[in-house]
Design a binder for this molecule. Structure first.
Ligand code: SF4
Length: 351
């Protein structure tokens, strides 16, 4: 399943060439109980200047997807499928190729900046190290200049480049991490819960910075978050993940105003907003990914489940142009059984 950039939503000129093409990407971890498939054959495209929000409950595979793309996974993890960044394959690339691509072409911004910054190194030294690792021809003075400019772009005074990490607030450290991520002007930035530890004012500032980066530098942004409100405010498109699968994609307007997949509907209903009068939650828990349920992985929790849902994983149907849902409720999902009303399996399961 792939879908084109939502130019009507963003108002930007059309771009038909994706900067990142992901096809059948899988990430599996070895465990004492067997292989745990955290990400299972997901596909999507990301275009220059586009922001894609990836949402879902904890453990649905969002972060494994981001780290799988960067090949930053613990020993023993396996990545398969394909992810091409501006035509270059990431999956199976050598360590040397990956070191070059990371930072230069694709960057990951993590949740906890203090764990990524060496407390004994000045902030400028982090930049000099990162820049010269990729561009050995750049001398230290030039690298420091690049550091000051990247920091200024993130709203940090150039004069503070020679401070140590502990001399900054949490929000400023996150800006430093973003500045470090973009100093070599990568084509794609993956931000994994970049504002989770921050207060709402700093969160808004960081999201604004990421959005400016997307708009001004045409960076393709993947924003991984459990916070649907952030996606609604900052993203062009959404990918909803459940149990290692992408179950729905579409523009923010489509998915938020008219969610098609029952899991997406459940997620929306369990989100608190100013209009919330009653809070719902999705019954049950995500499945064990060492031994996931057959067919649609959401079927044990789905209020619309039919018997056919446990037979085979549904294809991605397109209930609206550009909006895809992997669900037997929609024509094009494969093996539709018009005789079976939605909810027949759910009624039996929950009787
Ligand atoms: Fe999955 Fe069936 Fe529910 Fe659709 S209706 S989400 S295919 S269980």
């Amino acid at each position: 399943m792939t879908s084109a950039v939502s130019d009507t939503a963003s108002g930007r000129p059309p771009s038909n060439v994706p900067v990142l093409q992901v096809r059948d990407l899988s990430v599996a971890y070895g465990t004492p109980r067997g292989s745990l498939g955290a990400v299972d054959r997901i596909s999507f495209d990301l275009y220059p200047g586009e922001s894609l929000g990836v949402v879902g409950e904890s453990g649905c595979g969002k972060s494994s997807m981001g780290r799988g793309l960067m090949q930053l996974l613990p020993a023993g993890a396996e990545v398969s499928g394909s992810a091409t960044l501006a035509g270059r394959e990431l999956v199976g690339a050598s360590d040397q190729q990956l070191r070059r691509l990371r930072g230069e072409d694709i960057a990951l911004v993590f949740q906890e900046p203090m764990t990524r910054l060496d407390p004994l190194m000045k902030v400028s030294a982090h930049f000099v190290e990162a820049i010269r690792a990729h561009r050995p021809g750049v001398d230290k003075d030039e690298a420091r200049h690049m550091a000051r400019e990247a920091l200024a772009q993130m709203g940090i005074p150039r004069t503070r480049a020679d401070n140590y990490p502990h001399e900054f607030s949490g929000g400023m450290r996150q800006r430093i991490m973003i500045a470090l991520g973009i100093v070599l002007k990568p084509a794609v930035v993956i931000a994994d819960e970049p504002t989770t530890a921050l207060d709402v004012i700093v969160e808004a500032q960081i999201l604004d910075l990421l959005d400016r980066l997307r708009a001004d530098e045409r960076v393709g942004l993947i924003l991984i978050t459990h916070n649907l409100g952030i996606v609604a405010e900052t993203c062009d498109r959404v990918a909803v993940m459940y149990a290692g699968h992408i179950v729905e994609t579409g523009s923010v307007e489509q998915v938020f105003n008219d969610p098609k997949h029952p899991y997406t509907r459940g997620l929306m209903a369990s989100t608190i907003s100013l209009e919330t009068t009653a809070l719902h939650s999705i019954e049950g828990y995500p499945p064990d990914l060492v031994d996931p349920p057959p067919g649609c992985r959401f079927h044990p929790r789905c209020p619309d489940a039919m018997y056919q849902c446990r037979e085979k994983i549904p294809e991605h149907a397109e209930p609206n142009p550009g909006q895809h849902a992997s669900c037997y409720l929609y024509p094009g999902s494969g093996q539709p059984d018009p005789e079976e009303p939605p909810g027949t399996l759910a009624a039996a399961l929950h009787a």
